[in-house]
Design a protein around this ligand. Structure first.
Ligand SMILES: Cc1ncc(C[n+]2csc(CCOP(=O)(O)OP(=O)(O)O)c2C)c(N)n1
Ligand SMILES: [Mg+2]
Length: 329
């Protein structure tokens, strides 16, 4: 897909919104305002946006425990997301999903997932549905380097390969699975190598570079739509925060993280390419987008804080089976 100014600006706005959302969450969580565990996506913005900006609303995405970035990249409203993370009734999933099970089926966002590797078969199933219905939709599965060691990854890729499913598998290789470096937890250096076992293309992109991800994901999405089957796209990336908010980060040096921020920051790389090299956008336009992103996040926090908590009775709604007590028996 050719990159026009409008798409570029939207991509930047989404990347900046992800960054602002995550930075605000870190602050709120450390201040004790948010319940539960948070895994932040800051640093990995170019990967989610480089892929999702090319998807239609009815294409599918299956996400991970680090899912806020995938949601925003797919166009999910950050205001509803923030209320969800606060556990409020006005949240996207009425406060019942939280960070790790947030979903928006109207936008094909099948959900974040607290189980490592569990989104991979979900996207594969969505791809199978699209193929059976001949709907032309594609499914994207995001997962980490650590998840690529799970049986679910290998089973799903095998099925997608033999059934020629329209699925893009995006391995977000951020160098760590929790505190374990990728060099330790897998023998191969690149997750992409694993594609060979299923005879599908295994491609590597610089996951910090929107333009590289955009180009390589675009080719894979086009292949999937044309009925040419799945692709494994590995995006080399980095998470700025720890595995979770509060991670003591004993397993990596401050210098390592600082070097990435200084030299490979996805937002700065984007600006350099789009403004200085391509001349397609102006710095003023990006500053305007920065301000818009900050305003949306401020509005999201205000909305979430002003929203009501769910009532105890709400526990019994939106469930398959509810226990009503012995008097009903
Ligand atoms: C099946 C399963 N095993 C272990 C865990 C605990 N766990 C949560 S995140 C994580 C690491 C995942 O690493 P990776 O796939 O590289 O994703 P990243 O956190 O780096 O984005 C682990 C082991 C889990 N949630 N589910
Ligand atoms: Mg990882």
């Amino acid at each position: 897909m050719e990159l026009d100014r409008k798409t570029l600006l939207l991509a930047y706005r989404r990347m900046r919104t992800i960054r602002a959302f995550e930075e605000k969450l870190a602050e709120l969580s450390l201040a004790g305002k948010l319940p539960g565990f948070l895994h932040l996506y800051a640093g990995e913005e170019a990967t989610a946006v480089g892929v999702c900006i090319q998807l239609a609303d009815d294409d599918y995405v299956a996400s991970t425990h680090r899912g806020h970035g995938h949601c925003i990249a797919k166009g999910v409203n950050p205001v509803g997301m923030m209320a969800e993370l606060y556990g409020k009734r006005t949240g996207l999933c009425k406060g019942k999903g939280g960070s790790m099970h947030i979903a928006d089926l109207d936008l094909g966002m099948l959900g974040a997932n607290g189980i490592v590797g569990a989104g991979i078969p979900l996207a594969t199933g969505a791809g199978l549905t699209a193929r059976v219905k001949e709907s032309g939709q594609v499914a994207v599965s995001f997962f980490g380097d650590g998840a690529s060691n799970q049986g679910s990854f290998h089973e799903a890729l095998n099925l997608a390969s033999i059934w020629n499913l329209p699925v893009l598998y995006v391995a977000e290789n951020n160098g760590y699975g929790e505190a374990t470096p990728a060099e330790y937890h897998m023998r191969v250096r690149d997750v992409a190598t694993r594609a060979a076992a299923y005879e599908i293309p295994g491609i590597i992109a610089d996951g910090m570079d929107f333009f590289d991800v955009y180009e390589k994901a675009g080719e894979a999405i086009a292949r999937a739509r044309e009925g040419q089957g799945p692709t494994l796209l590995e995006c080399k990336t980095y998470r700025y925060y720890g595995h979770y908010v509060g991670d003591p980060l004993t397993y990596r040096t401050k210098e390592e993280a600082e070097e990435v921020r200084q030299q490979r920051d996805p937002l700065e790389l984007f600006e350099r390419r789009a403004v200085e090299e391509m001349g397609l956008l102006t710095a003023d336009e990006l500053r305007e987008a920065d301000a818009e992103a900050q305003a949306v996040i401020a509005e999201a926090v205000d909305f979430a804080e002003a929203s009501q908590e769910p009532s105890p009775e709400d526990v019994l709604t939106d469930v398959y089976v509810s226990y009503r007590g012995s008097s009903d028996a």
